[in-house]
Design a protein around this ligand. Structure first.
Ligand SMILES: [Zn+2]
Ligand SMILES: [Zn+2]
Length: 356
């Protein structure tokens, strides 16, 4: 395929006051290097991060800016150092497209924790070019951040796994989710619905916690063994000292009843948050009394590494795991972004290519 056949363009934010009114804009790709893969995009999921960034909730964004970091497409150009990807192969990209590859984290396969990690959009490459995301025709990424998609998963299903799925899969496997473990999932949204699907597929007994009564039935259909309505006062009491792990996907943290969640942990149990709210939304304050009686731990998790991503995709292919998605052409990104902002999505929008 000719090197310059792809035109790099996408649906960009031009005015933060109108965060859903994206305009088709041509973009400049980064300099192609020997470690890069160039991808012609076919699908891109719509992540909560896209909404936070477009609304400037995580700080001022660069302009114009194309968001989207749940990308699937075909490799159209592959650098000479790239080991596991060939031209024409179906591949995906998640929330990062590069890192230093020199630090301890990068050397130990924890490249998602590299302090010099380059986000898929609204970041800057070493060559000074601003990174632009997947509501677009094409992207270039370092091979460590490009994931071969197994034949057993359709592109439309794989797309949102690459951020939404991986973000919950990583803390589940890092913290020992498997047969005999009791795992709680807080929040049944894009991430939470994946967490229920994966925790079940890994063999755990799963509790779903939701404050949306209309999602309780969905949580059961997704495979949760128990569904708990967190609107009820004392909802935690019947489950005191019972869970090994709680993964919280909530990104409205001042309202998070974190003390109740911690009280449900078994001895040395862990509460892990993956939701990242806007800057002005801190976690509720805690007292040592909330942590000491059951010796529990509280922590966080940031997306996942390539090894975990490949493990997740294999599990999804082997067990035929399908996320609940709604597909829209990219030009209808506005509808998807509003659906995510208004919490109407069930449970992920996936945009399909309409510019190339
Ligand atoms: Zn994301
Ligand atoms: Zn690094």
């Amino acid at each position: 395929m000719a090197k310059n056949q792809l035109e790099f363009k996408g649906y960009a934010l031009v005015d933060p006051a109108r965060f859903t009114d994206l305009e088709v804009t041509t973009i400049e790709p980064k300099t192609f290097t020997a470690d890069d893969v160039e991808i012609a995009i076919t699908h891109c999921g719509v992540c909560g991060s896209d909404v936070h960034t477009l609304k400037q909730g995580w700080g001022e964004s660069k302009l114009p800016l194309i968001v989207g970091h749940e990308i699937v497409g075909h490799a159209v150009r592959v650098g000479e150092n790239v080991r596991d990807i060939k031209v024409g192969q179906r591949v995906g990209v998640g929330a990062k497209i590069g890192s230093c590859m020199q630090c301890r984290q990068c050397k130990e396969g924890l490249e998602n924790y590299c302090p010099k990690g380059i986000s898929t959009y609204n970041s800057v490459y070493p060559d000074g070019i601003v990174t632009q995301g997947g509501y677009s025709t094409a992207i270039r990424a370092h091979q460590q951040f490009v994931f071969p998609i197994p034949d057993g998963i359709e592109s439309r299903y794989a797309a949102s796994m690459l951020c939404g799925g991986l973000t919950v899969f990583s803390p589940l496997v890092t913290n020992g989710t498997g047969p005999g473990k009791k795992v709680g999932i807080v929040g049944i949204g894009g991430l939470g619905h994946y967490a229920v699907l994966f925790a079940k597929a890994l063999g755990a007994e799963v509790w779903a916690f939701t404050h949306s009564p209309n999602k309780m039935e969905d949580a059961k259909k997704l495979g949760a063994d128990h569904v708990v309505d967190t609107n009820k006062e004392d909802f935690a009491k019947p489950h005191a000292l019972s869970l090994d792990l709680i993964v919280s996907t909530m990104d409205a943290t001042p309202q998070l009843p974190i003390k109740q969640f911690l009280s449900m942990l078994y001895v040395h149990g862990r509460f892990v948050t993956v939701g990242i709210p806007d800057k002005d939304q801190p976690l509720p304050t805690l007292h040592a009394f909330d942590l000491v009686p059951n010796g529990c731990y509280i922590g966080g998790s940031a997306i996942g590494c390539k090894k975990e991503c490949m493990q997740m995709l294999k599990l999804a292919a082997d067990k035929d795991i399908k996320p609940w998605i709604e597909e829209l052409p990219m030009k209808d990104a506005k509808k998807a972004l509003e659906g995510v902002a208004d919490n109407k999505v069930r449970y992920r929008y996936v945009l399909t290519q309409d510019l190339a």
